[in-house]
Design a binder for this molecule. Sequence first.
Ligand code: ASP
Length: 356
Amino acid sequence: MRLHYSILIFLLLAIGACKPSEKPAQPMTEKENLKGKYAIAIHGGAGNLKKLKLTPEQESEYLAALELALAAGQNILVAGGKCEDAVEAAIRTMEDSPLFNAGKGAVFNHDGINEMDAAIMTGKDLQCGAIAGVRHIRNPISAAKMVMEKSEHVLLTSAGAEEFASAHGIEMVDSSYFFTQLRWDQLQEALKEDSIELDHDGKSGKSSKLSTNDFNELKFGTVGCVALDQYGNLAAGTSTGGLTNKRYGRIGDTPLIGSGTYANNKSCAVSCTGKGEDFIRNNIAYDIAAQLEYSKIPLDSAVYHSIQEKLVKSKGRGGCIAIDGQGNICMNFTTTGMYRGYIDTNGQKKVLIYAE
Ligand code: ASP
């Protein structure tokens, strides 16, 4: 009898031990979700860089600026930070440099004013924010991120964008902050060429637009960044002063989601540079992502189709950087160079200027 009691007690204890826990399973924290690999790529614009004949000192300056941008993004990614924060940090350093056509080094429009555009997008939820035609925002990429995070809209322009940015604590500066002699001289040259072309207009039938475009073909200095973070998420961002001598409130591809900037975890993150009108017509950033999403082709092939075939066919020029969910990086351009750099998933770093 005593033996039966012991068996009964043992069985009751065993059943108790097997009872499902009352506590609900804890969701994994973000840190536990870490996949441990990250990668980042940046660009500082494409163009006929060989024609520009950079001196060795100028080349080193550009390479150092690219390294700085990569380091700013990497510091965030290596510590388990988010891809959109890395994209913002990398782009901010290039916006603060006079070397690139964004922020401090933005080009002048026809009226001698710096008007900037920027966009950012996160691939996990397709959230995005953009600003266009702003004149007093020191770091346009941060204003674009603020639009993404703190507004229900995607794209804000001109005075409205500045009002929003200022109300959300974004640093505003006097327009004189953006003055650089190089950009001013470039505008004077573009204006001169315009008037020459206008002089010829009646005789040759050539549009004044042609000479300005020819001038701008030398170099597109827009900056951009794409990143994969340790949570497996993708983000893309782009920032620009647009084209020298642009008129009539012209806005390029940079702040247009799908044209110059796009990110989707299902496919890739893309940032473009080049003459914006052609990127808008061909929806280049989304075109690359759509090929990956619908046809499951490798990133390299998708980028090649969009840049070397589609863009070239429509006489567009420029390039892009792209990254997929595995951290594959692709940098492709139709020009003789593109300021660019990357850190891949193995931690290998490279900064480059000319086509290899
Ligand atoms: N894509 C930019 C624009 O058209 C220019 C550039 O890439 O430098 O505004």
